[in-house]
Design a protein around this ligand. Structure first.
Ligand code: GRF
Length: 189
């Protein structure tokens, strides 16, 4: 099975995926990393690991739909079977979702359907919930929405800082996502 990672930022989840592939904990090929941000650190991580990168920036397209057509064209060109979103800060068009129906995964740093959006860890922290966590789900056309595949919860400690919570959430993500990706690649989801 061949997959692609789409990401817009730091790429710590991509790094966890790359490390898991090296350790043979993911038995699938990561053929390409696609980003919408040419300066994203995630691209450096991919290059260092020898993985081809492609930048597809909305500013060169008339619309989100035409941008997504270009992405799907690249994915087909790289022989991609499934797509892994890892901090990709865009909503996918229905064209994209249909092209890879039930074959697009996303990771979100909260227990969906709670705390959707770009500031989920902080929003959960500010809300004062005692438990938050991480969700991996299939992607549809809505933000942080679609059938849930896996969740892991995490208790917020008394007096814990936001920074500490963020670090613990990311640690959970980096263990959980490679596992789910491997399960998916083996047809177990
Ligand atoms: C992660 O917290 C992920 O759950 C969310 O975006 C963040 C990406 O972080 N969707 P990174 O770029 O993988 O470090």
């Amino acid at each position: 099975m061949n997959f692609a990672v789409l990401a817009s930022g730091n790429g710590s989840n991509l790094q966890a995926i790359i490390d898991a592939i090296k350790k043979k904990k993911i038995k699938a090929n990561l053929n390409v990393v696609i980003s919408d941000k040419k300066d994203a650190f995630v691209l450096k991580r991919a290059l260092k690991a020898g993985i081809p990168t492609v930048v597809i920036d909305l500013k060169f397209f008339k619309s989100r739909a035409s941008m997504d057509k270009a992405i799907v064209k690249e994915l087909k060109g790289f022989g991609i079977d499934f797509v892994v979103l890892a901090g990709y800060m865009r909503i996918l068009s229905s064209y994209f979702v249909k092209a890879y129906k039930n074959k697009i995964l996303n990771i979100h740093p909260a227990l969906l359907p709670l705390f959707k959006g770009a500031h989920a860890i902080r929003d959960a922290f500010d809300a004062g919930v005692k438990t938050t966590g991480v969700t991996v789900h299939f992607v549809d056309e809505k933000v942080d929405h679609g059938p849930i595949i896996a969740q892991e919860s995490l208790r917020i400690k008394k007096g814990e800082s936001l920074k500490s919570l963020e670090a613990r959430i990311h640690k959970v993500e980096h263990k959980m996502y490679p596992k789910v990706i491997d399960f998916f690649a083996k047809g177990r989801i």
